[in-house]
Ligand binder design. Sequence first.
Ligand SMILES: C[S@@+](CC[C@H](N)C(=O)[O-])C[C@H]1O[C@@H](n2cnc3c(N)ncnc32)[C@H](O)[C@@H]1O
Length: 283
Amino acid sequence: MSLTDREYLAINQARAMLQESGVWDLEEDLSCLIDRYIERVDKGRAIEEFMLAVQERCNRIPLGHIVGMVEFDEMPLVVGSGVFIPRPHSKIIHKWLEASTALRPGASVLDLCAGSGAIGLAIARRRPDLKVTCVEFDEIAVQYLKRNIDRIACKGVRVNHLQADIRDEHAFTRFTHQVGLIVANPPYVPQSQELLPEWSDHHPQASVYSGADGLELIRQIISLAHQLLSREGWLVIEHGEEQAQAVRELLKQSQLINIQTVIDKEMSDASGSSVMTVGSKSR
Ligand SMILES: C[S@@+](CC[C@H](N)C(=O)[O-])C[C@H]1O[C@@H](n2cnc3c(N)ncnc32)[C@H](O)[C@@H]1O
């Protein structure tokens, strides 16, 4: 293998870091990481590795689960089997936030049903002044969430995580009337709806489906928002296009105002629409 000076220096630095952190099979791990990330793959096996990955994709395993990584809002996130793969559609939330003056500096933000953390982490990266907490209940998803939080922390962006079930209101008492923004891309597919195999067969059921009408967890989020939002707080929820009217009605019943559904046609595609509804406590 011929290395550039930069690669050589990076490998030496990596060796020192691994040694410092107490990794016991240092040279083997280092050589594996060099193979995967610097040499990419052993050229003799490249086609074979490539065809195995293609076969997995043909079996409709999501791309993110095959490559272990997904890019969201210019941010690489670690993902894998057992966690929901963030969809670019969720960027609708960040577009809205960019255009709005809803959030004062230092406000608390909760990303409910956070999965690998895409939405909350992207908010924190764009607005490091905010106090973002990502909430997720699934053990596997939380492992990915924590890894992504640690990765973004290396870039100086702080995000908290809370492993909790959003149906357990007691888990959130410390946030009562303290939250400036709640964002969520919850499971919202009705139980009987047919989906592409990437979602029906290769994602955890609890990350996709939400009761007969798909609104079970959305109702829970709206009820939690009532308890947690500050006087000027905002709620932003992604959902299916055909659920828009029902979600607006639920927000209204919960005394939220400034209710509006936003649909981003540019970001909608064969895998689904990019739709969210917002509402606020006052103003
Ligand atoms: C549609 S996925 C979205 C994940 C992430 N927000 C994203 O956009 O990539 C929904 C997530 O909600 C989590 N979830 C489902 N029910 C939950 C509950 N009762 N409490 C907390 N999280 C829940 C699932 O484990 C899953 O990670």
